[in-house]
Design a protein around this ligand. Structure first.
Ligand code: MG
Length: 210
């Protein structure tokens, strides 16, 4: 499926990525679930892109989470996974695929570390500010567990990974400018552990608080 407005290509798979798909050493990843609670709401879709305009979508059936090809990318120490709000997706991937996703880069954390002049750190805002691209958020509340997904759902899902490399590039420039690269890296390194804490019951507790 091609999309002229956003100049992207969507490749759709069921259950896992195909064998021998090489997406390079830095990939954008996003997940769609039945809701916001990783314990309750199952993983339905994983989107992944090398940043080349091609978005690979993997759809999961309930109870069928055997995806060795996807897992080898998510767990590879040589492949950085870019997310927007990695905490939630990393917890979900751990809960359903049993994989600890690392190393990660989170565009939301990077934004919070450098765009301290605003409270708006969602993907739509970053796409507008850095890339002058308007994302529709119409499919945010949609049934990702449906037996077959429609074109609007597939496009919406793909857009969540299409621009993450470019947004990372812009945020990296700001992290250098504001001298917060090391702090950002420390946050990204801790992030998988933060997701494990969420799943283990410390989800609404700040363990650093007094
Ligand atoms: Mg998404």
């Amino acid at each position: 499926m091609k999309n002229s407005k956003h100049n992207m290509q969507i490749k759709f798979y069921e259950g896992d990525l195909p064998d021998r798909l090489n997406l390079g050493n830095i990939v954008a990843v996003d997940c769609e679930m039945m809701g916001l609670n990783p314990v309750r709401d199952r993983l339905c879709l994983v989107q992944i892109s090398a940043g080349d305009g091609v978005c690979h979508l993997v759809k999961f059936k309930r109870g069928e989470y055997n995806a060795p090809n996807l897992i080898s990318i998510l767990s590879s120490p040589k492949i950085t996974k870019i997310f927007h709000f990695a905490r939630s997706d990393v917890a979900t991937l751990m809960a359903y695929l049993g994989v600890l996703t690392a190393p990660v880069y989170c565009t939301k954390i990077a934004s919070k570390l450098v765009r301290t002049f605003t409270q708006h750190h969602n993907l739509k805002t970053l796409c507008r500010e850095f890339l002058e691209v308007e994302l529709s958020k119409q499919q945010t509340c949609t049934d990702w567990g449906a037996d077959s997904l429609n074109d609007e759902q597939l496009e919406y899902a793909a857009l969540d990974v299409l621009y993450l490399h470019k947004i990372k590039d812009e945020l990296d420039k700001m992290l250098i400018r504001e001298d917060r690269v090391e702090l950002a890296n420390a946050c990204f390194e801790f992030l998988p552990s933060r997701a494990v804490l969420d799943l283990a019951g410390w989800d609404d507790v700040d363990i650093f608080e007094h």
